[in-house]
Design a protein around this ligand. Sequence first.
Ligand code: NAD
Ligand code: WQD
Length: 348
Amino acid sequence: MAILVTGGAGYIGSHTCVELLNEGYEIIVLDNLSNSNDEALRRVKEITGKQFKAYNVDLLDKEHVTDVFRENKIDSVIHFAGLKAVGESVSDPLSYYKNNITGTITLCEVMQQYGVKKLVFSSSATVYGTSGNVPITEETHLGATNPYGRTKQMIEEMLRDVYRSDQEWSIALLRYFNPIGAHKTGRIGEDPNGIPNNLMPYISQVAVGKRQQLQVFGIDYPTRDGTGVRDYIHVVDLAAGHIKALKKIQYANGVDAYNLGTGKGYSVLEMINAFERATNQTVPYCIEERRPGDAAICLCYANPSKAKRQLGWQPIRGIDAMCEDTWRWQYNNPNGYEKVTKTNKASK
Ligand code: NAD
Ligand code: WQD
């Protein structure tokens, strides 16, 4: 029986595929390569020495999604596929609602048709919106403040309704905080399209000379040094959390949400210092105005104790490893995955 990994060619998906294969799982990847490159899948096979089937299929294409289930014995699904850029979701909300929500509906319809009712879903800390209280627990009030976060919150509610209608379902909702880092080989990593929105890929592109300097968005927040604080988690620790959630849904029906974070917050300036210390590189920066949307969540870190208690999971990699592993990936792949199949990604 195989694990279907939707979005398996992406940043977190590819790292989870490595961990699944290393644990002896049979996997099948479904990905439309809209924000990734199949070079990542080739490297997953290289790192693990394992083979697996990959389907270049869009979740919105029900006929071909059905083919994947007809052609394979699928036991459970880890669902990463989705659009994830907050800013883009504000300028193009319909694409986000269509891709993320309709894509998930199609996936669940085909799962139901084939009697596959075990699902791990990629949710996000953005569902918490601007609750203000930290550390954030799973009981913290939800209130996404952008279309991207609302797609995640709506999908969580939809999956709860699916379970209420059929209690044979077993669903884990994993709310990631800020994933960063890369596999220790430096062969797979985060490969953002164009100018990185997120802090760590921008820092590493400055360090490698691809960008001139980092803009620090705001130094007037009520935090230790005035810059934004976030809960950064190593992507390999995050991947390990999916294995634990996959095991949990094998024997317990129901729907449960889990925060996957470290419980520690680092400011932007602390991240710059950590990166420089861990990599012996310098990261020039300038102070700019606050970024729209950031203002309300200046301080955001998780209480991950439920995942520790109920999944037996806890992150083990610290900030130095996150920086070192990011740098190894960036340094060895200054342009990300060489555009082996140029049509797979918009030009950088
Ligand atoms: P990513 O863009 O690297 O990976 C997503 C993958 O899904 C890509 O390979 C893309 O080609 C694929 N995809 C998108 N729409 C698809 C569709 N309709 N059909 C088939 N494939 C499709 O992103 P990521 O950082 O690996 O994130 C994975 C998941 O985790 C996403 O759902 C994201 O919302 C969520 N998440 C990410 C972060 C983060 O900071 N990276 C934080 C919280 C949650
Ligand atoms: C972190 C801190 C910025 C860039 C993202 C999105 C979304 C989510 C992960 C999916 C903030 C500061 C950043 C830069 C900076 N993924 N910063 N200069 O803000 O938590 O949001 O989290 O769910 O992608 O919600 O992460 O990495 O964008 O920013 O000063 O060039 O770094 O202001 O304080 P964030 P981020």
